[in-house]
Design a protein around this ligand. Structure first.
Ligand code: PXL
Length: 264
């Protein structure tokens, strides 16, 4: 298969840095055909989310049906899902359309705005985590999903105990590695750490690249390594000149990223 078909179920970022827009760029950089089921829209730039609008469930499901019925999906990722109602609808659809699934448990934008109703976290854990091939929290999100504190290995074990098949706790918090736990083994994935202030879209780029690799059939540990490398390169090439706030990562401009992904 030359072009894996990858679907993002997530929210639009008008500023083009994160969300749906970051996912499509990452899918393209990974050599995939990218598709979207948009669950909501943010009016957003590099400094803030100014407004958020949730789409009705019927049009979210209609997008899923349109894509699955004709094109087919080799891998899917979820990003900001906004509400419990949307999570339940998406989980019900994916339960009957089993697909390799990366759940990026987006809770808040880095500017602080909530991208998931805090009351919906239990719904995310109860209905979406059990469907996930892998869930990709940062450290703060991992604490929420694990329901408490602990070192990264303990957090990862608790998240898997709550239903995810595997977890990658991303290391963008100054830790030098991502931690993959597949239910059996802990694997440290070193990050070639790149200094950069243009980091908007980092988590989306990571989870979309991971989904793209799973869609192509790359084993999880290798897929997680490639996602870490591509994300670090995208930060290194980040567009610091864009906007007054944190500029967007630049996955397409990251030298060598697409070549690395294509090397099997
Ligand atoms: O990076 C998480 C994220 C996901 N989706 C949307 C976002 C953000 C962060 O700002 O705006 C729409």
């Amino acid at each position: 298969m030359t072009s894996p078909r990858c679907l993002s179920i997530a929210t639009s970022d008008s500023g083009g840095g994160a969300g749906i827009q970051a996912d499509l760029k990452a899918f393209a950089a990974a050599g995939c055909h990218g598709m979207t089921a948009i669950v909501g829209v943010t009016a957003q730039n590099t400094t803030a989310i100014l407004a958020t609008y949730e789409l009705p469930v019927w049009i979210i499901i209609a997008q899923l049906e349109a894509v699955y019925d004709d094109i087919g999906v080799d891998a899917v990722k979820t990003g900001a899902l906004l509400s419990a109602e949307i999570i339940v609808a998406v989980a019900d659809y994916l339960r009957t359309h089993p697909t390799p699934l990366v759940v990026d448990p987006v809770l808040q934008a880095s500017t602080g705005t909530e991208l998931l109703d805090p009351a919906a976290v239990d719904v995310l854990i109860g209905s979406l985590l059990p469907l996930a091939t892998v869930v990709t929290p940062n450290l703060a999100e991992a604490r929420v999903l694990a329901g408490g504190d602990g070192d990264r290995r303990a957090l990862a074990e608790r998240i898997v105990a709550r239903g995810a098949r595997a977890v990658v706790i991303t290391g963008g918090d100054g830790v030098g590695s991502d931690l993959l736990f597949d239910g059996t083994e802990h694997v440290e994935i070193p990050i070639s750490w790149v200094e950069g202030t243009a980091t908007h879209g980092t988590g989306c780029t990571h989870s979309a690249t991971l989904a793209a690799e799973l869609g192509r059939g790359t084993p999880l540990a290798e897929a997680a390594r490639r996602a870490a490398a591509v994300t670090a390169a995208a930060i290194g090439s980040g567009l610091v000149e864009i906007g007054e706030g944190a500029g967007p990562v630049a996955v397409a401009q990251a030298s060598g990223a697409s070549q690395r992904v294509r090397t099997r």
